[in-house]
Design a binder for this molecule. Structure first.
Ligand code: FIX
Ligand code: ZN
Length: 416
C-alpha cells in the first residue's frame, strides 16, 4: 500500500470536517425538555456548573459534608464549583472544558473568567429563543428525551399534553417499572391499571396496556431502561418476567425498539445523589441471548464499561437487530470516544450510531457535540485516507452520505 500524499490527506480532512460540521444531528439520548416542561428544562451557567459530573469532581477537593453542599442554594453551589475547579485549579477535565467551550461558542469572553458577566448574559436570554440558538450552534435538528411517567413532576406535563416542540421526541423510560416493580405497582393501580405485585396474566395484560397507552401518548420513538452490570435474562425476577412477558411482546407488536443501557451501578456513593452512580462490566451473553431469541425485536444498546465495547461490536456483527450507540457517560471523553469510534468503524463499518450527548442541561448540546464532532471527524479522515491510499477516493457526496448515516439516518432507519 502506497503512503498517501500529505496534500491528498489534507483535502480529505477538509471535506470530512466540513461534512461533519454541517450535518445536522439527531441526538438519540438526552435529558432535556421543551420549554413547555418549565423547570424540568435546565439551562444557563448555574445549571452548567452544577452538572452532577462537576459536583462529583468538586467534592474530591472539599472536606465539606455532602449534605452541607446539597443544602447550599444553587448559586452558591455553582460558585463553589467555579472556585474549586476553575479558579483554584485549571479546568482540564472534560466536563470543565465543556463549560468553557459552551461559553466561548455563545460568544462570551472566557479569558475574563467573570462568572457574574456570564450570569448577566444568561439572564438576558428568553428561553424559547435561546433553545433555537443552542440548537443552531450545536447544529442539532432533533433530540430524543428521557421521559418517565413515574416521575411525579413530569407525568403532569404529559397528561396536560404540553409536548408541542417537534424537535423534542420522546423515549418511554421504564427504570421504575423494571428495576423497582414494588414502587411501580401502587402508581399503576392509582392510574387505573388493574395490576398486582404478582405478575400473573391480568398484570401482564395491564402492564402491556400501560406500555402501549404511554407509547402512544408520548408518540415515543423507543422504550428504554438502564440496567446494572449484573443484568441477566432470562431471570426469575420481576424484571425478567416483565421484560419477557410485557416489554418484548410490546416491542414486537408496536415495532418500537427496546433500548438497553447496561452497566450502571446505581448510587455507589448515595451521598452524591445523581453523581453517585458508578460502572461495572456486564455480561454480553445477555445481549446476544436477547438478539438471538427475539430476532423480530429491535434492540438499541449502549454499555457503560470500556471493557464491554469490543464484545458489543462483535455481538452487533452477529445480529442485525442490534444497533450499537453512543459513548455513554464515563466513556464520553476524547480518548475513549476516539478508541471506541475507531473500533466500531473497523468492526461495523457505518452500521451504528457513534454518539449521543446525554445532555442534562440544554446548553451542553453545544459542547458535547463540538467535542465529539472533532474526534469523529479525525477518525473518519483516517479511514477515508486509508481508502485513498488503496486507490479508493470517496467523493464529497459519499462522505456527506456516510456522515448523515452516522448522525441520525442510521437511527431513524433502524427505528423504522
Ligand atoms: O441512565 C441514564 O440515562 C444516564 O445517562 C443518567 O442517569 C446519567 O446520570 C447521565 O446523565 C450520564 O450522562
Ligand atoms: Zn442518560
Amino acid at each position: 500500500m502506497t503512503e498517501l500524499r500529505a496534500d491528498i490527506k489534507c483535502a480529505i480532512r477538509n471535506q470530512v470536517s466540513q461534512a461533519v460540521d454541517e450535518t445536522l444531528i439527531t441526538d438519540i439520548h438526552t435529558h432535556i425538555y421543551p420549554h413547555t416542561f418549565e423547570a424540568l428544562l435546565l439551562w444557563g451557567i448555574d445549571e452548567l456548573l452544577t452538572y452532577h459530573y462537576l459536583i462529583a469532581e468538586t467534592m474530591r477537593y472539599l472536606d465539606m459534608g455532602y449534605e452541607h453542599f446539597w443544602a447550599l442554594p444553587k448559586r452558591a453551589q455553582a460558585e463553589l464549583v467555579w472556585k474549586t475547579l476553575f479558579i483554584e485549579r485549571s479546568p482540564v477535565s472534560e466536563a470543565c472544558r465543556g463549560v468553557l467551550t459552551t461559553l466561548e461558542k455563545l460568544g462570551l469572553d472566557v479569558s475574563k473568567r467573570d462568572l457574574e458577566a456570564y450570569r448577566k448574559f444568561f439572564a438576558e436570554q428568553k428561553v424559547d429563543k435561546y433553545i433555537d440558538k443552542v440548537f443552531e450552534l450545536a447544529r442539532v435538528k432533533c433530540v430524543v428525551m428521557t421521559n418517565d411517567p413515574f416521575d411525579d413532576t413530569e407525568i403532569g406535563y404529559w397528561l396536560d399534553s404540553r409536548q408541542r416542540d417537534e424537535r423534542f421526541r420522546a423515549a418511554l423510560r421504564l427504570d421504575a417499572l423494571l428495576n423497582s416493580w414494588h414502587t411501580a405497582v401502587p402508581k399503576l393501580k392509582e392510574w387505573g391499571y388493574n395490576v398486582s405485585s404478582e405478575i400473573n396474566s391480568q398484570t401482564v395484560s395491564e402492564v402491556r396496556r400501560f406500555l402501549v397507552e404511554w407509547l402512544n401518548r408520548m408518540n415515543a420513538v423507543y422504550m428504554a431502561v438502564s440496567l446494572p452490570p449484573s443484568f441477566a435474562f432470562p431471570e426469575a425476577s420481576p424484571r425478567g418476567q416483565l421484560i419477557s412477558e410485557c416489554i418484548l411482546p410490546t416491542a414486537r407488536e408496536t415495532g418500537k425498539p427496546f433500548a438497553m443501557m447496561i452497566g450502571v451501578k446505581k448510587l455507589t456513593n448515595p451521598a452524591l445523589r445523581l453523581a453517585g452512580d458508578s460502572v461495572g462490566k456486564a455480561n454480553i451473553d445477555v445481549v446476544e441471548y436477547l438478539c438471538a431469541n427475539y430476532p423480530d425485536v429491535k434492540f438499541l444498546v449502549t454499555m457503560l464499561s470500556r471493557e464491554n465495547q469490543h464484545e458489543l461490536c462483535v455481538a452487533a456483527r452477529k445480529f442485525r437487530n442490534l444497533h450499537v450507540f453512543g459513548c455513554w457517560w464515563f466513556l464520553n471523553n476524547p480518548s475513549l470516544i476516539d478508541e471506541i469510534t475507531r473500533m466500531r468503524l473497523e468492526l461495523l463499518g457505518l452500521s451504528m450510531t457513534p454518539q449521543h450527548s446525554d445532555a442534562r442541561v440544554l446548553d451542553q448540546l453545544i459542547y458535547k457535540w463540538a467535542h465529539s464532532r472533532r474526534i469523529i471527524a479525525e477518525v473518519l479522515t483516517d479511514k477515508y485516507a486509508d481508502l485513498a491510499a488503496a486507490g479508493w477516493q470517496a467523493t464529497e457526496q459519499e462522505i456527506r452520505r456516510d456522515v448523515g448515516a452516522l448522525f441520525g439516518d442510521n437511527f431513524w432507519r433502524f427505528v423504522g
